[in-house]
Design a protein around this ligand. Sequence first.
Ligand SMILES: Cc1cc2nc3c(=O)[nH]c(=O)nc-3n(C[C@H](O)[C@H](O)[C@H](O)COP(=O)(O)O)c2cc1C
Length: 322
Amino acid sequence: MKTRITELFGIKYPIICGGMLWVTDAKLCAAISEAGGLGCITADQHTSGEGLRAAIKEVKALTDKPFGVNITLMPSFRITEEVFDDFFKVCAEEKVTNIEVSGMFATKYIPMLHEAGVKICHKVGAVRHAAKIERLGYDAVIVAGVEEGGHPLNDNVATSVLLPKVAETVKIPIIATGGMVDGKSMAAALCLGADGILMATRFMASDECWIHDNIKSWICELNEMDTELFCSSILQARGVKNAVVAEVNELEKGGKENMSAIVRATSGKRLLAALESGDRDGAAFLLGQSIGRIHEVKSVKDIIEDTVAICKETLQAKAAIC
Ligand SMILES: Cc1cc2nc3c(=O)[nH]c(=O)nc-3n(C[C@H](O)[C@H](O)[C@H](O)COP(=O)(O)O)c2cc1C
């Protein structure tokens, strides 16, 4: 497969793993890169640039293939502006292939990254933001529909509408996310104007992902109606309907006064503990609607190769219509 995304990153298949706080560790990242995609680790689980550098070195010990780093650039209690500066500096020094940014624009870091040969993409949920990141000089845009796990923009536009609109607006390469789970969704995304896809939820249900088996089997049991948007008054998220998400919904009704209780309920530490213990009601689990199409835990290699095979088969079969 050859697209602008395989060319940009020097990878075999235009399949990228999205950053997932605590989930995307060195082992999962390396497995995805070894299988021909672009693996990813998450900067924000570290509290210093040196912590991130150690994680980058861990990936480099496992693979010599390209991989990326997600930096979620948002006001944080744990991460100061200086630490964010260090994250970008370390990525430039270590010459990682790509940085996937979400949240605030990373404008001031772009010249340094380009000088080091590092690519930079931004995840957006609106056409106006895609146009802006093109103007700012990013190398590619990640178009995230409201189906995605994580933090979809509260414009709430689906991938099927957002993606072709962005493709009609920008000239830089496009990566589609939100509902991307297999070869059929990949074929659809390519037809709608994408040069590659980004999956996150799908890679959680993989042999190489470290999270508790009770969470992996849950992902295979859940269906597409089992997630909801929550926390929309502060930072919208999509997660599985469980006790913690219900608690957050109740707290939100109380307005800003409940802010600190909401922050406690959705804390990253709580998520980490639940991912380790397998407690399905232990945290707000960010998962995409794509759970409705995930039925088995597979190796990363099988996920990627099956996706590519079905994508090719689907595109060829549909071409025959004409
Ligand atoms: C468990 C989980 C954690 C996530 N954490 C982050 C994060 O820290 N930063 C970020 O930019 N996106 C995060 N995301 C969003 C993903 O990178 C990606 O945009 C989204 O999940 C893609 O849609 P999908 O879930 O349908 O594959 C997370 C998603 C999940 C499922």
